[in-house]
Design a protein around this ligand. Sequence first.
Ligand SMILES: O=c1ccn([C@@H]2O[C@H](COP(=O)(O)O)[C@@H](O)[C@H]2O)c(=O)[nH]1
Length: 300
Amino acid sequence: MSDVVPFGARLAAAMDEHGPLCVGIDPHASLLQAWGLRDDVDGLREFSLRVVDALGGKVAAFKPQAAFFERHGSRGLAVLEEVIAAARAAGSGSSGSTGSTGTLTIVDAKRGDIGSTMGAYAEAFLAEGSPLAGDALTVSPYLGFGSLAPAVELAAATGRGLFVLCLTSNKEGFEVQHARTGGPEGALGGTVAALMAARAAVLNAGAEPMGSVGLVVGATIGDAVAATGTDLVAVNGPLLAPGVGAQGAGERELATTFGDARRNVLASSSRAVLAAGPDPDGLVSAARTAAREAKTALRG
Ligand SMILES: O=c1ccn([C@@H]2O[C@H](COP(=O)(O)O)[C@@H](O)[C@H]2O)c(=O)[nH]1
């Protein structure tokens, strides 16, 4: 697939065009209710497609949260497939393709398992032609970074991307992510987060404008990058930064958390943008404000 434009390059172009903001599609029951919809599959579909209709072609990426689709069973998963297809077709898009056009989709499913099972997850979320395959997938490296190999290989082959959990936005993450490693790096005293970043850096080495193996680094984590000795600049890949809006992070946190890696950061906000719906103009206005603030903080 030599004509495939890698995810990292497509995301960099989308961030330059629309600003470094990803809008999360998290159809919480409370949001469905606030939008006057029922908490069922029809409400889920209506909600999610309205978000794509309103914001497709206007933001750098969508991040549908798989859990909110899975909670509606197999029909909910069918809606997730529909949302991914709608995003691919939405707006004019700037991002070239794997064949994909429209607005980039990061499927937030946080998959991770032993390698043989990881291969099946990779087929589901990263294979060309799979209805659940967006442009990128969030993955968990906590069965060992090497267990992600099937996903790393298939993502590279299909021009898709990965976001590996590194320093998550929740306060409980530190007990794992700040811990010292037990392998050879442990002898050097490295933290788990720093090791995950170093592994991603190897995979992204030499890529321009950036590689396709990104990290999840929450915008809420304060000084954790320095505290864990995590080298985000060396990663040379996209940094997905959830925590903006509902979890309390804003311009100040975005500006101070990522140091010299700021330019590779894709800020992510779900509830704070979605709460401005169902009026499409409200959604557009909220997303534009969030994108402007993210751009000022990260690129100003
Ligand atoms: O470290 C992480 C990783 C993922 N998330 C996900 O992002 C959104 C955040 O939603 P908000 O409404 O903007 O708080 C959600 O889907 C999380 O599962 C995260 O928050 N932190």
